[in-house]
Design a protein around this ligand. Structure first.
Ligand code: NAD
Length: 263
């Protein structure tokens, strides 16, 4: 994909979006952000963006207006319900994660956007199922625990993505990210040093490696649906088909987190 092309990023004010927007703009892409009215961009990130749209992805009209005026070559879909109480009731996760994803695919289909990269989620927070390497060709796993609603809506996002790729000749890549941290800064999203973080050890991915995965997916996505595990931790090689991701996307992880073994 040529540089200077327009890319729409949803959830653009989020922490995960920061590394992706930096990587895209340094490659010459023109990036437009979409996020909620309450969202606050880091000033350095806001300056990288060609423009920003303010709205809710659950509002089909807002997404349609944005895509109609921008006519992006591709969409990187990151927006997800992240409010403190969002998962206490099903309304918000279904509105944002499921209906919002449907709105994006439906508007993209109608307005001729053929490529969507979607941030999905690897089952690094769930116990290993046993019986070999987890294969991203299989349906995303959910669990009966406290993450059930989040997991279920992420699974439904992939079902929507697969359906649109199959029926409307779209090129869709779902990147099943591990727990996202910043390996360069050795911090998690809350700013805690990684030495103090135990959550999902062995299942981390550096947000800068994830940004490279987004760019490779943008540049090489064939027609149809592909899902890839994107997990940098060395231990993940024994549990997920990360080698296929490296091989098919051409991704090289800079952060393997060997110094942070699972307890
Ligand atoms: N955080 C992780 O460790 C992790 C792991 C695997 C996958 N993911 C996925 O990565 C993506 C980014 O998630 P994150 O947890 O890093 O959050 P984040 O920090 O990137 O924040 C998400 C952004 O989405 C925006 N948003 C929320 N609802 C919206 C709506 N209705 N309309 C428009 N924008 C909206 C928020 O304002 C926020 O800026 C998500 O798809 C998430 O499921 C995250």
């Amino acid at each position: 994909m040529a540089s200077n092309t327009n890319i729409l990023v949803t959830g653009a004010a989020g922490w995960t979006a920061q590394s992706i927007i930096s990587a895209l703009t340094s490659q010459g892409y023109s990036v437009v952000g979409f996020d909620l009215p309450s969202a606050e961009y880091l000033p350095t990130i806001r300056r990288m963006l060609a423009s920003v749209y303010v709205g809710d992805i659950a509002d089909a009209g807002a997404i349609e207006t944005c895509i109609k005026s921008l006519r992006p070559e591709a969409i990187i879909h990151l927006a997800v319900a992240v409010g403190a109480q969002d998962y206490d009731e099903p309304e918000r996760p279904f509105a944002t994660n499921v209906r919002g994803t449907y709105n994006i695919f439906e508007s993209a289909k109608q307005l001729g956007v053929r490529k969507i990269i979607m941030m999905s989620s690897a089952a690094v927070h769930l116990p290993a199922p046993g019986g070999g390497i987890e294969d991203a060709h299989h349906q995303l796993r959910t669990s009966a625990g406290g993450d059930h609603l989040y997991d279920l809506t992420k699974q439904l996002q992939e079902a929507i993505a697969q359906d649109y790729a199959a029926n409307f000749e779209m090129a869709v890549v779902a990147l099943r990210a591990g727990h996202i941290v910043d390996g360069r800064a050795a911090r998690d999203p809350r700013g805690r040093p990684l030495q103090e973080v135990q959550y999902c050890r062995g299942g981390w991915v550096c947000r800068h490696d994830l940004a490279q995965a987004c760019i490779l997916a943008l540049e090489h996505a064939p027609a149809g649906f592909r899902a890839y595990h994107v997990i940098g931790s060395r231990e993940a090689l024994h549990r997920f088909d990360v080698k296929r991701t490296e091989h098919e996307l051409g991704l090289k992880f800079n952060q393997r987190f060997s110094e942070f073994p699972r307890a």
